[in-house]
Design a protein around this ligand. Structure first.
Ligand code: PHE
Length: 345
């Protein structure tokens, strides 16, 4: 029996050393130490032994059982450690991988155009003036030489809120308000902001859009000053080689009034689809401030004169960036907006 026990111990130790996983090790444990295992069997068979042999054998079986148990535990610790190492290797993080790019926003193309224009005019000594979007009929029309019932009011389809209040159709009312505030003092301002017209939305029209209007009032302000200023604007927005030309036009608040064209930035003036084969692109309206407008705001039109101009930010952005539909600016589609990311300056 002793011999048998030695052999069992030997076998158990060999098998447990050969185990390569905790599962296999457990199988060895069950096979040798389990209730149905040979060691238990030996203990069960003790009854057949003589009373003198019994304690000796009992002690021997226990020693073997304890030894095998201790060896099993040692091996289990080794296998556990191995399993953890393997897991760690599998789950390891490669710290040399480049990080994921964080998406940052960028300025809206209209904001960029407006800020570029603001920068230019601020550098020429202008101030930026703002005013209400819900405006009085007086500032939007009357103070600009457009009395009630004047046919030229039809030039700007209007959202009326009451008889006397409306959504401003241009930012010119900011100019009227500034003239009233300055009480005869010289003025140099630009007025950026939202304006509203009862237009049907299509590729080139929107019921809401952005304008930047400018106003200069002082002694000895001439048409040549207007022309030089707009020339600087055209060059800043469309490139140093650009030229401008003025064509006669009509606005109730300016006299004379002009429509301003810039030489085509795409073909340089030889004619292409952008300039409709004329070499010129209309970009804004302007003129010398009408004496009635000056007088209504308390300026002496014999002593001072001024010029004004009005730019549509969308139109400039469409030309500058080659956008074919004004509605792209308002739909918040990231596929459109993110295209202005790389050129952000
Ligand atoms: N206020 C005009 C418009 O919105 C633009 C303009 C401004 C024209 C100043 C001439 C002078 O149509």
């Amino acid at each position: 029996m002793e011999q048998q026990l030695k052999q069992l111990e030997q076998e158990a130790l060999e098998k447990l050393q050969a185990a390569t996983s905790l599962k296999e090790l457990n199988e060895v444990r069950v096979a040798y130490l389990g209730k149905k295992g040979p060691i238990t069997d030996l203990l069960k068979g003790m009854g057949k032994l003589s009373p003198e042999e019994r304690p000796k054998m009992g002690a021997l079986v226990n020693t073997v059982r304890e030894y095998v148990t201790a060896e099993l535990e040692k091996k289990a610790a080794v296998l556990e450690e191995q399993a953890i190492q393997e897991q760690l290797e599998k789950e390891s993080v490669d710290v040399t991988l480049p990080g994921r790019k964080i998406k940052t926003g960028n300025r809206h193309p209209l904001t960029r155009v407006i800020e570029e224009i603001e920068d230019l005019f601020v550098s020429m000594g202008y101030e930026i003036a703002e005013g209400p979007e819900v405006e009085k009929d007086y500032y939007n029309f009357e103070a600009l030489n457009l009395p009630k019932g004047h046919p030229a009011r039809d030039m700007q389809d209007t959202f009326y809120i009451t008889e006397e209040t409306l959504l401003r159709t241009h930012t010119s009312p900011v100019q009227a308000r500034t003239m009233e505030l300055k009480k005869g003092e010289p003025i140099r301002i630009i007025c950026p902001g939202k304006v509203f017209r009862r237009d049907n939305d299509d590729a080139t029209h929107s019921h809401q859009f952005m304008q930047i209007e400018g106003l200069v009032i002082g002694e000895n302000i001439h048409m040549s000053d207007l022309k030089g200023t707009l020339d600087a604007l055209a060059k800043k927005m469309f490139g140093e080689e650009r030229e401008i030309r003025l064509r006669p036009s009509f606005f109730p608040f300016t006299e004379p009034s002009v429509e301003v064209d810039v030489s085509c930035h795409k073909c340089g003036g030889s004619g292409c689809n952008v300039c409709k084969h004329t070499g010129w692109i209309e970009i804004l309206g302007a003129g010398m401030v009408h004496p009635n407008v000056l007088e209504m705001a308390g300026y002496d039109s014999k002593k001072v004169s001024g010029f004004a101009f009005g730019i549509g930010a969308e139109r400039i952005a469409m030309l500058k960036y080659g956008v074919d539909d004004i509605r792209h600016f308002y739909t918040n589609d990231n596929r459109f907006l993110s295209q202005f990311h790389r050129t952000e300056g």
